[in-house]
Write a protein that binds this ligand. Structure first.
Ligand code: MLT
Length: 407
C-alpha cells in the first residue's frame, strides 16, 4: 500500500496566505456589503505595461504561424533572455555572471522551494526570523527540520536568526554552523535591507565555513538607497558561496504571468561537486521550460520603453509605501521598511498579538494585512502591509486605520 510522505503531516496549519484568504473569504461572505481592502499578500494590482503587452501580442502571433511556432522551450531558458539578463542585470552592474549560469523558471517561489533538493538530507538550515514561509516549509517537506514545538512555534533543527527592531533587523551570525543560509534582501516581510557592508559579512562567513547562501533578491527593483546591493554578486567572494533568485513578479507585474530565474555560478562547488551541474540536472528533469510568450514578454522589461514604463510602475507602488509609512507613523504606529521595499512592517496596537490585530483591522476597518507571527515567532506583535494595492485603496486603508486608532 502506498504510504504518504509523513513530513507533510508535520506542517502546522495551511500555508500562511491560504489561511488569510480563507479568513477573509469567510468575513466577506458574512458581510457582503463591506468593502474589504486587501493589503495582505504581496500581489500586484497594476496592469502589465504597454511594452510588455505589445511583446506578448507579437509572440502570440508568432505562435499562430507554422514558420514561427515554438514548441517546448529550452529547459534552462531561451538564449536571448539569458543573454539579456546577464548583460542588463549583472554585467551593467559590474557583476560577473554569464548567460549559462542563469536558469529561467516559472518564478522565484518555485526555485526557492526547490533548491533544497540538491543539498544533502542532513543539511542544517538557518533562516531569519521572521521569514518568507516557503524557505522553512519546503525543508519541512524534505524532512530536514526536526520536530515542531507548538508552544514556541519553532522547528528543533532550524537555526533561527531573530530580526527585530532591537537589532535593526540585521541578522547576527549564528552560534551554530548552518549548511544553508536563506537571506532575502530587500527583506520580505520586514521591508528592511542589508547594506553591501553587512552582506559582505555573510559572504565571508559562508566562504569561511563552507555554507551556501540562498539569496532571494525578488524585490531588488524597489531599492532606492545606494548602499543596498541589487545582487549578491556585487559582493566580492559571492560567486563561490551564493545562489541568487530573481523574479519578474514584483518588478514587472508578472505574478499572474509567472517568470523568474536563478543564478548558480560555476565557481560554486561543495563536496567536490559543482552545484551548477546539479541544478541543471534537476531543472532539465523536472521543468519543461517557461513559455515562449512569457520569455518574449520578459525581453520587453529590458527595452527602453519597458524600462521607462516599469520605473513609473515601481514609483507608483513606492508612493503607496510612503503613504502607508508616513500615515501610520503620524498616527503613532512604530513603522519600518517601505523605503527600499514594497512592504511596511509595523508594531501592532499596544497589547494585541499579530492575529488579534489582524482580526481587529479586518472587522473594524475592513483592511487585510498579514500577521507578523505568521512569518515566525520573532514576528509576533508585528504586522505587514503591502504597497501593491491601488493608490486609492491604499489611501483609504490608511485613513480607516488612523480613524480606528483615534476612536
Ligand atoms: C508575499 O506576500 O509574501 C508574497 O507575495 C509571496 C510570494 O511572492 O510568493
Amino acid at each position: 500500500m502506498a504510504k504518504v510522505n509523513e513530513n507533510y503531516l508535520k506542517l502546522p496549519g495551511s500555508y500562511l496566505f491560504s489561511t488569510i484568504g480563507k479568513k477573509v473569504a469567510a468575513y466577506q461572505g458574512a458581510n457582503p456589503d463591506r468593502k474589504v481592502i486587501r493589503l495582505g499578500i504581496g500581489d500586484v494590482t497594476q496592469p502589465l505595461v504597454p511594452a510588455i503587452i505589445q511583446a506578448m501580442h507579437e509572440a502570440v502571433d508568432e505562435m499562430g504561424k507554422a514558420e514561427t511556432f515554438h514548441g517546448y522551450a529550452p529547459d534552462l531558458g531561451y538564449g536571448f533572455l539569458r543573454e539579456e539578463i546577464a548583460r542588463s542585470d549583472y554585467r551593467e552592474r559590474g557583476c560577473q555572471v554569464d548567460a549559462d549560469e542563469i536558469f529561467v523558471s516559472d518564478g522565484a517561489k518555485s526555485d526557492c522551494g526547490n533548491i533544497q533538493e540538491i543539498f544533502s538530507q542532513d543539511s542544517r538550515i538557518a533562516v531569519c526570523d521572521p521569514v518568507y514561509p516557503v524557505y522553512v516549509d519546503s525543508n519541512v517537506m524534505a524532512g530536514r527540520t526536526g520536530e515542531y514545538d507548538k508552544e514556541r512555534e519553532v522547528w528543533s533543527n532550524v537555526i533561527y536568526m531573530p530580526c527585530t527592531a532591537g537589532n535593526r533587523f540585521v541578522p547576527e551570525l549564528p552560534q551554530e554552523c548552518p549548511d544553508l543560509i536563506y537571506l532575502c534582501n530587500p527583506n520580505n516581510p520586514t521591508g528592511t535591507t542589508l547594506t553591501r557592508e553587512q552582506l559582505k559579512v555573510w559572504v565571508d562567513y559562508a566562504n569561511r565555513t563552507g555554507a551556501v547562501i540562498l539569496y532571494d533578491a525578488a524585490y531588488e527593483a524597489y531599492i532606492a538607497q545606494k548602499d543596498v546591493p541589487h545582487s549578491i554578486y556585487e559582493i566580492e567572494g559571492a560567486r563561490t558561496c551564493a545562489v541568487e533568485f530573481r523574479s519578474f513578479s514584483k518588478n514587472a507585474g508578472f505574478t499572474g504571468v509567472r517568470l523568474g530565474f536563478t543564478v548558480v555560478p560555476k565557481d560554486l562547488w561543495r563536496d567536490g561537486v559543482a552545484l551548477h551541474g546539479l541544478w541543471a540536472r534537476r531543472h532539465g528533469t523536472k521543468f519543461n521550460g517557461a513559455p515562449y510568450i512569457v520569455q518574449k514578454a520578459a525581453m520587453a522589461v529590458y527595452s527602453q520603453e519597458g524600462k521607462a514604463q516599469l520605473k513609473d510602475q515601481v514609483a507608483y507602488y513606492m508612493n503607496n509605501a510612503r503613504v502607508i509609512y508616513e500615515g501610520l507613523r503620524e498616527a503613532g504606529y512604530e513603522v519600518y521598511g517601505g523605503v527600499n521595499a514594497p512592504y511596511i512592517w509595523l508594531r501592532a496596537q499596544e497589547g494585541m498579538s499579530s492575529w488579534d490585530f489582524f482580526d481587529w483591522l479586518l472587522e473594524k476597518a475592513n483592511v487585510v494585512g498579514t500577521p507578523g507571527s505568521g512569518f515566525g515567532p520573532s514576528g509576533e506583535g508585528y504586522f505587514r502591509l503591502t504597497a501593491f494595492g491601488t493608490y486609492e485603496s491604499t489611501v483609504e486603508a490608511v485613513e480607516r486605520i488612523r480613524k480606528l486608532r483615534r476612536e
